[in-house]
Design a protein around this ligand. Structure first.
Ligand SMILES: *Cc1c(COP(=O)(O)O)cnc(C)c1O
Length: 453
């Protein structure tokens, strides 16, 4: 039995897989924020290059990956898959556990898979700079890296609390040539409005998105980029799952259960969609489980309805599971999972019962992360520990029931910039935010006026 399941450079996927082609119920259309009518693609042109807009609305099953993009991927792809022999032994479980490791990319997570593609299409379109937001700093780092490759400027609005607590993430973006501003900032009308009301605002992803969009709309040479949620972002990530299928075949195995952490849905979609293709077209029955934090539970406690993707209400209205666009989750350490909404594709799949969702408490996740470090020797990103906690639950269930199942999970990033969070855990200072049903009801109700007639 091999620990590492290796692929060669020729096995980097040549196409992105578009699940839209195989969905039994297509997602509802995004709506214009002003008119509440279905959005026409041309309205997105101030924000995105045409190639990406076409991918956003495409229902073509396979979309070719440009050779320039595949060449860059080759620096760290195909990514390894490992059999978690150490963790299996620690748990004394009959389950077989595998993980796909995306932490070997230059930015340390799965995010460069889409950042490189987005920067490439922006370069082709003639854009000079890209604006974006970042929460924990993973996405900003990935986009800064990708922009530098294709000679684009990168302007990042970083959520204030992360900017203050993760100074080295900011420096990392600077080394890749990006300009990084704490959000809310005084560089945008929306940022100045927030600062006037709340001078010491710690910011949120929704606020930072509003700022980055405002800048892109005002600058004819700038476009905007998002690191999750949108269809084209999820599309680019499907190279993870395509590689994983080949690796599982090489291992002579196939997963019964696939687990991934869930922020906006991109790494979850990346690993599961190619396997869902097998469920939807080849009669397979693989369970796909998204894991979110109990402090930001849009999939398990939110509602499926139209909502904005940002706080200011500048994005189109998206049909998705949401906690309401002004929901501000408690500042947990898995910053990448603190988003109020979820991708339209994954939302529709959840609504149709084709995928599952569970939530995990932060402290439990760090404990699972420590078990993983002890047995496998890799320090996972706090986001990824959510998947590990659920993998452990499933593996222990196998032990209890005396059945062997094959479990695959996405180790979507390393945690080397998250020592502050591990320190908080190790010194017993970690607190878990509770969200009351009343708070959720109130913040979801803020979208009441946004529903189509
Ligand atoms: C951004 C990020 C996430 C959450 O975003 P998704 O789009 O849901 O994948 C999770 N883990 C890591 C390491 C991230 O960088």
């Amino acid at each position: 039995m091999d620990k590492k399941i290796h692929l060669s450079e020729e096995e980097i996927p040549r196409f992105y897989y578009n699940i839209m082609a195989d969905m039994p119920n297509k997602p509802l259309p995004p709506l214009h924020p002003g008119t509440r009518q279905p959005l026409t693609p041309d309205l997105l042109e101030p924000l995105f290059p045409k190639d990406l807009i076409m991918q956003e609305v495409s229902s073509e099953r396979f979309i070719e990956i440009p050779k320039e993009v595949r060449q860059i991927y080759a620096q760290w792809r195909p990514t390894p898959m490992f059999r978690a022999t150490g963790l299996e032994k620690l748990l004394d479980t009959p389950a077989k556990i595998y993980y796909k490791y995306e932490g070997l990319s230059p930015a340390g997570s799965h995010k460069p898979n889409t950042a490189v593609a987005q920067a490439f299409y922006n370069m082709v379109s003639g854009a000079k700079r890209i604006t974006t937001e970042t929460g924990a700093g993973q996405w900003g780092t990935a986009l800064a890296y990708a922009c530098q490759i294709f000679g684009l400027e990168c302007e990042v609005y970083m959520v204030r609390v992360s900017y203050d607590h993760k100074p080295y993430r900011k420096v990392m973006m600077n080394t890749f040539g990006a300009q990084v501003y704490p959000s809310p900032s005084d560089r945008t009308e929306f940022g100045r409005k927030i600062l006037a009301e709340t001078p010491d605002s710690s910011g949120s992803l929704g606020i930072a998105i509003s700022e980055a969009i405002e800048r892109a709309v005002q600058d004819p040479h700038a476009h905007y980029a998002l690191g999750s949620v949108l269809n084209h972002v999820l599309l680019h990530q499907t190279i993870i799952g395509q590689e994983a299928i080949v690796q599982m075949e090489k291992a002579g195995d196939m997963p019964d259960i696939i687990v991934a952490p869930f922020g906006g849905g991109s790494n979850f979609a990346g690993i599961t969609f190619p396997f869902l293709h097998l469920n939807l077209t080849k009669g397979q029955n693989i369970r796909c489980v998204a894991v979110e934090p109990t402090s930001c539970p849009k999939l398990t406690r939110g509602e499926f309805r139209y909502d904005f993707g940002d706080t200011a209400g500048m994005t189109p209205l998206l049909p998705m599971y949401t906690l309401g666009h002004d929901f501000i989750p408690s500042p947990i350490h898995a910053g990448g999972l603190r988003y109020h909404g979820a991708g339209v594709l994954v939302s529709q799949l959840l609504k149709d019962g084709l995928i599952e969702a569970v939530s995990q408490r932060q402290e439990r996740c760090f404990k699972a992360g420590m078990d993983f470090i002890k047995s496998e020797g890799i320090i996972p990103a706090p986001e990824a520990t959510h998947a590990i906690a659920t993998v452990i639950d499933e593996a222990l269930k196998c032990k209890e029931e005396g059945v062997s199942k094959t479990i695959l999970f996405n180790l979507c990033g390393h945690g080397y910039f998250d020592m502050g969070s591990y320190e908080a855990y190790l010194s017993g200072k970690l607190v878990d935010g509770e969200v009351s049903a009343e708070d959720i009801r109130a913040s979801v109700a803020s979208t009441d006026g946004l529903q189509p007639a």
